[in-house]
Ligand binder design. Structure first.
Ligand code: ATP
Length: 246
């Protein structure tokens, strides 16, 4: 069953066609990667899936709900993390988690905060104001916030941006574990090709608002006769060559 269904999704900002009639689905438990250069339309797509931006055209269904008419039923079972959304600065990490936990009506909130704090190593920063954290600490807090309601659908916009390699690896392992334990469906926008190759079973290559290629990481490597996804990305971004069987 498709948990996320996107049809002919379009967003126009004045003269800029940020997302240009894209179609894709994400099946239950699948992790799909959204790749593309700066300005390709990844963040705009995620913002529309979250209902933060109204599409110019097209249709989004998540968990069976039409996001134009019935988004709140789906939003309660979703969550997201994005480096572009900052948490209220003066509230401590714990207070932030309480605010978001209450918004999602999380039961046993103190226990949930303690669990996430242990898993994401937030103990030392729980009682510090969110505005005083380093970029990497903010990223971990953003992930904890994204998991506060045990979402069935996770939209992750660059979830490991600004994490050091060790912490980035811990976060990826932790996402894998969360996915295995819960069957969570994930859409992941990332510039980290190793991360995408590790986490995603399917990849959408976005360029100027369009899906210009898609497939499993293995299928893309074979099609472009490349050994890593970074090279495939560069081939597509620079129009260097077409897929071998295109
Ligand atoms: P990045 O990798 O740099 O984060 P992205 O793939 O997330 O890029 P978007 O942020 O979705 O790209 O932007 C897609 C296009 O829409 C860009 O051309 C951008 O300049 C434009 N755009 C985004 N937000 C707005 C806005 N509020 N008003 C006008 N144009 C916008």
């Amino acid at each position: 069953m498709s948990v996320i269904q996107v049809e002919q999704l379009t967003k126009r900002y004045g003269d800029v066609l940020a997302v240009d009639g894209i179609d894709f689905t994400v099946a239950q438990g699948q992790t799909v990667g959204l790749l593309g250069g700066n300005g390709a339309g990844k963040t705009t797509t995620i913002a529309m899936l979250l209902g933060l931006l109204i599409p110019t055209a097209g249709r989004i269904r998540i968990l069976g709900h039409d996001m134009a008419t019935n988004r709140f039923a789906a939003l309660a079972r979703m969550n997201f993390s994005s480096p572009y959304v900052s948490l209220p600065h003066r509230l401590t990490v714990r207070q932030n988690m309480r605010v978001y936990g209450n918004l999602y009506n999380v039961r046993g909130l103190d226990r949930r905060i303690a669990e996430l704090s242990a898993e994401l190593d937030l103990g030392a920063i729980l009682d510090r104001p969110a505005g005083q954290l380093s970029a990497g600490q903010k990223t971990r807090v953003a992930l904890a916030k994204a998991l506060i309601n045990r979402p069935e659908v996770l939209l992750l916009d660059e979830p490991t941006a600004s994490l050091d390699p060790d912490t980035g690896d811990l976060v990826r392992s932790w996402l894998e574990r969360y996915r295995t334990e819960t069957g969570c469906t994930i859409l992941l926008a990332s510039h980290n090709m190793a991360e995408v190759a590790r986490l995603c079973s399917h990849v959408l290559m976005l360029k100027k608002g369009r899906v210009v290629d898609s497939g499993s990481p293995e299928a893309l490597l074979a099609r472009y006769e490349r050994e890593d996804l970074e090279e495939v990305f560069l081939d597509i971004a620079r129009d260097r060559r077409q897929a071998v069987d295109a």
